[in-house]
Design a binder for this molecule. Sequence first.
Ligand code: ADP
Ligand code: MG
Length: 624
Amino acid sequence: MPEIRQLDKHVADLIAAGEVVERPASVAKELLENAMDAGASAIVVEIERGGLTYLRVTDNGCGIAPDQLPVAFLRHATSKLRTAADLAAIGTLGFRGEALAAISAVSRVDILSRTAGAEAGAALHLEGGVAGEVRPSGCPEGTTIVVRDLFYNTPARMKFMKKDSAEGTAVAGIVTHLALSHPEISFKLLRDGAEVLHTPGDGRLQSAVYAALGRDFALHLLPIHGSGDAVSVEGFVTEPLHGHGTRARQIFFVNGRFVKSQLLSAALEEAYRNQIMKGKFPGCVLHITVPAGQVDVNVHPAKTVVKFAADKPVFDAVYYTVLDVLNAQNKPAQQEKKGASFYQTMTAAEFREKTASSDKPPFNVSPAATVRPGTPAPPPNRGRTLLVRDVAPQPRQPFTATTVSDGKEVTWHITPPPAPVEKEPKPVQQTIEPEREAPWRIVGEVLKTYIICEDSHSSVWLIDKHAAHERIRFDALKANTQPLMAQPLLTPLAVDLDGDDYDAALGSLDTLAQFGFVCEDFGGGTVLVREIPADIRPEDAAATVEELSHKLALGRADPAGARDELYHTMACKSAIKAGMDTSPAEMAALVEKVQSGAIQYCPHGRPVKYRLTQYEIEKLFKRA
Ligand code: ADP
Ligand code: MG
């Protein structure tokens, strides 16, 4: 029979450490919370290699007296609660007196601290939880903790660590969330020596949002504020015109804690129903306050789950507060100020048409056309050879983009180079079989979306030009084994990506290059795009990289399925869009392909053509 023994202290500490210290981000979170508890008004976090080799947190808080330094690292040592009653009162905030003990058990720690007014500070080194001597040391008021070589003595745990970049991104996420929940504290994050975040700590949420989430996001927000019986909602939501490709920018805090919540996302999105373009998501930074007894926030850093005693009042508070602000945008007095308002009186479909027609897309090919709308059908071909030209690449327009780097605005002038010589239209030989049906006569295009044709059997055909072109592009991409032709940008394009998407992009630079996007890491959630595929419109490049990265992040579990998703994105972005001008030559090429029967459905399963017989039309007019 096995003997039952108590684990020795070291093993017990390591087990306890495993519960608190999961990855560098959890270390950062514990140290930051300690600094905030110590009343710091400025906190600096520095990490190297994602925080695995080096993680330093410096604060200007109350400090720790020299004789207390070793005590702080004992298990269940805390200055924050003394009795069981205290625990009940603040238990939900997770003061357990365990963090420093747990962190020091699995790393090498140096702490330097000086209390307010003390002449000098003191330093202490710990290795695997074993403390050295407390030494006097010169240091500023406050506390600095350096955690080196995390998990050096627990290799099994080390194996669970993701790439440095992913761990670093997780740390940045923690700092971002704390900065947004405490605008009164200045947070600074240095990642491998580069400053990636710095909030002013002026107490204004808006300043923190600007500094932590970037200018592009901050410039398109509407302030919201609402309170009901028990629930209050405060913060910023995205202007409907500036929706995002993912939900990553939906940031919620409940009673000051960052949480992820489907309920809150649903309430937010419901308020935007019919006000935001399909496939776009509103972003937000929202602080929701509910009575302490009405909420259970699991403070585990990886989970951040929230449970409300009653969902409905919370849902309603968010929904109606947001809806109110969005509706207020429609008021005539604000119409001039807010571009958003003009389309909120329309449905999403109407809006798409409006913007599409006013916003001239630069996708015009040189008129190498031989077929004009309304031209009578040419005589049937009898075994002749037709030359079908590829759609010519159109000259690309220079454009500018703005990014924020080191808190400063940087304007990129992007002057795309001329299309490569090889891309000159190459004649493609295609033999028309003698028995083939006469080409459909192209009557024209309606609603900038549907091409109307007539066949030689008295039927009328409607073709969805985007769906058809998307399928053609999709099939071509799937059949192609070569990397896509890329065009260098004179000035690279900086694309900001969210957490997981950023990691996925960095982990798949080769795949992106295969698709013609030559990218590199710019740090801090930004990738630099140096080359883009020849047939992606430059103004679509950033959105395409965003979408590809997101799909790469989602597709990690199923790389085979993910590939098709990537083709979808590329096909969709490079295809002619509904609402764009389409030249007669492009129309002719599309119609020919559709008539051949080679394409039936777009990659999402929608039909590309619809047939209306003469009989059906006659019935409409009561002739038949
Ligand atoms: P807890 O935060 O749950 O009390 P910790 O292990 O995180 O437990 O910290 C132990 C104690 O060390 C704290 O209660 C606090 O007194 C002290 N301490 C930790 N970090 C700091 C800091 N940055 N400034 C001042 N005191 C600190
Ligand atoms: Mg603590």
